[in-house]
Write a protein that binds this ligand. Sequence first.
Ligand code: AHM
Ligand code: MG
Length: 336
Amino acid sequence: MSNSFMTIQRHIMEEEKKHPKATGELSALLSDLALAAKVISLEVNKAGLVDILGYTGEENVQGEDVKKLDIFSHDMMIHAMNHGGHLAVMASEEEAEIIRIPDRHNLGKYVLLFDPLDGSSNIDANVSVGTIFSIYKRISADGTPGTVEDCLQPGDKQVAAGYVLYGSSTIMVYTAGDGVHGFTLDPAFGEFLLSHNNIRIPEKAKIYSLNEGNYKYWRSGLKEYIKYLQDADDRGREPYTSRYIGSMVADIHRNMLYGGIFIYPADRRSPNGKLRLLYECNPMAFLVEQGGGRAIDGRGNRILALKPESLHQRVPIYIGSKEAVDMAEKFISNEE
Ligand code: AHM
Ligand code: MG
């Protein structure tokens, strides 16, 4: 079948058919996520109209509360996902505790972790933002409500993960452990259509992305690594180029396509970096590893091997093209 008719639902079903024991539940879950993404995409694209249409107060013209987009996205994810019967429990970057699924719907075998709208501080400037998701199988007993332990599994246990980038177009990228695939939302049909089959992150990077405003707080190894990237070498290597949007989904998506490294390091001000292991680092690490790249914490560990200790734990991250992450590891392994 040609790509133009390969919808995300069809792709997910065909992937699942490769596994003889599959029940179709994961397909149903991913399809529900695609639906939530379409609704969030519509709302994100309307954001700029808010001022023009006079929705700026606490209430809109219909007398309804105007929700901030990150809260809207959080609520939308919950409403789209909590009645499907496939989940035992959820957790979101926007909520301190686990999100329980209503009775009778909470006996499914999967666990969903998500960041409903990452980078939302950028939204008023029309900068791209994204939704990130991560799916595990429950470890608590079947037929009981899910628990916090279900959410605290190492990233290596993910069965699927992905992101939706609301940019110049809306694209949903996912992996279910067999490559990374991207689907662009066709606004005319309202369908996600396969646009990026089997994304492979270039092994050699050209781009580095990190917040250089934090230079003063970096340790010596990171300073030396960035200096190294900015320099040419005598074997003909050109300097890297710097690109930092400040929206993780957009920065990593670009690096997946063009080759690059994204870093949110530990430094003297943020001893564990900024980004959250469960909602940001693990799903992105699964995608990047599936695309042939690497993701490490700069302390000798793969991101996906870390055992989470708490729902909102932060970890430093070095993620992207293999060669660039290997090189970063050498510089930072002996930093002071
Ligand atoms: P958020 O979860 O509050 O939106 O913050 C996460 C975002 C990432 O998308 C981005 O990579 C990072 O924060 C940027 O942080 P900084 O402004 O410190 O560079
Ligand atoms: Mg976030």
